[in-house]
Design a protein around this ligand. Sequence first.
Ligand SMILES: Nc1ncnc2c1ncn2[C@@H]1O[C@H](COP(=O)(O)OP(=O)(O)O)[C@@H](O)[C@H]1O
Ligand SMILES: CC(=O)OP(=O)(O)O
Ligand SMILES: [Mg+2]
Length: 399
Amino acid sequence: MYILVINAGSSSLKYQLFDMPSDKPLCTGLIERIGTNEALIRHKILTTEPGLTIERKGTIADHAEGLEQMLQLLSDTETGLIHSADDIQVVGHRVVHGGERFAKPTLITPSVKEAIKVLFPLAPLHNPINYQCIEIAEKTFPRAKQIAVFDTAFHQTLPAYAFRYAIPDTLYVHEGIRVYGFHGTSHKYVCGKAMTWLQKPDAKLISIHLGNGCSMTAVRAGQSIDTSMGFSPLAGLVMGTRSGDIDPAIIFHLISLGYSTDDVNTLLNKQSGMQGLTGLSDMRDIGKAVAAGNRSAELALEIYAYRIRKYIGAYAAVLNGLDALIFTAGVGENDSAMRERICSALDVLNIHLDSSKNSAHSSEIRDVSRDQATVKILVIPTNEELEIAVQSYELLHER
Ligand SMILES: Nc1ncnc2c1ncn2[C@@H]1O[C@H](COP(=O)(O)OP(=O)(O)O)[C@@H](O)[C@H]1O
Ligand SMILES: CC(=O)OP(=O)(O)O
Ligand SMILES: [Mg+2]
């Protein structure tokens, strides 16, 4: 069975075609810097030996245009892997916000689409794009089953004392205002890998997902017990364009200065974080700015790392112990200097990074802590697409 997985993030679109149930990827693709004239598509076909990579650079205005290019590449007469729309039996979609209704992978029906739409205001950078991808996939693959896998699902195990805000009860009961948490598919996947690697099913883990959006999760025995994003993907860590935690009084102050609520929404979601501090949102560009002597870029990196260190301390307390830190996603997997910055001066928690292990490159799971360290520091490539394919397959078949 062919399952096509579409993972739309805030700045990127990732996709993979799997042959299930073997979990074998036939093709993988990444479209990054969407919305700029420096967008890059990297489409890798894995069915030939050696594999074939097709790269295209240029302007990609939005995710819909990215998806169109993906479909062209998949059905290309020479290099395409799909000969007819019916070759795809299932399309698995990453959907970021599932509210309290969706704790499991879900077959998409008109009522599920409506629920995803109702949640647009809570994940404004994601749910509208996820919805658009579902509609395009429904048109392109009319006979395929469309399945949604929600970022929020993994965090439905949070205890009430972690997911409730200290605001009037009725706002939770009637308005659903609570912590939902995001990047759950990624946190679940890398924590599963870490538990196997450590051979410890009851491991105490802190999973640090640093992409364009960034979040951390405290995981005990495979269950999420606290997470840094909240009601929406705006809370917690400093991100590419999002502020993360701020004093909510800043919002009232901005409104008193004449900002509309839409202005504040745009400011905190799209013009803040690293973008607000440096004018750049992509960590590779910020690295170049630091190398060129840009002092505000250097300060921004320290603000970013400091927030993560604070959450590491908090989650070590919440877990009352720690077996491993996990770094994952674009920055977590690739930016060794940021890992080093974060792990410095955490000796009190027995976190000791080995610089030479840390600077070595690998696409495999690896431990970059010092020999004999009691807390492992694992770099684990995430694979949200594989996790989505597996969960989609399991929804349709008992494995
Ligand atoms: N080699 C690298 N070094 C530093 N940062 C990197 C590298 N590769 C990717 N990144 C960063 O990863 C981030 C994107 O991560 P990703 O997980 O793909 O994001 P998302 O899924 O949220 O769109 C960008 O800030 C990018 O600069
Ligand atoms: C939820 C979220 O922030 O996702 P991404 O990192 O893909 O933007
Ligand atoms: Mg992502």
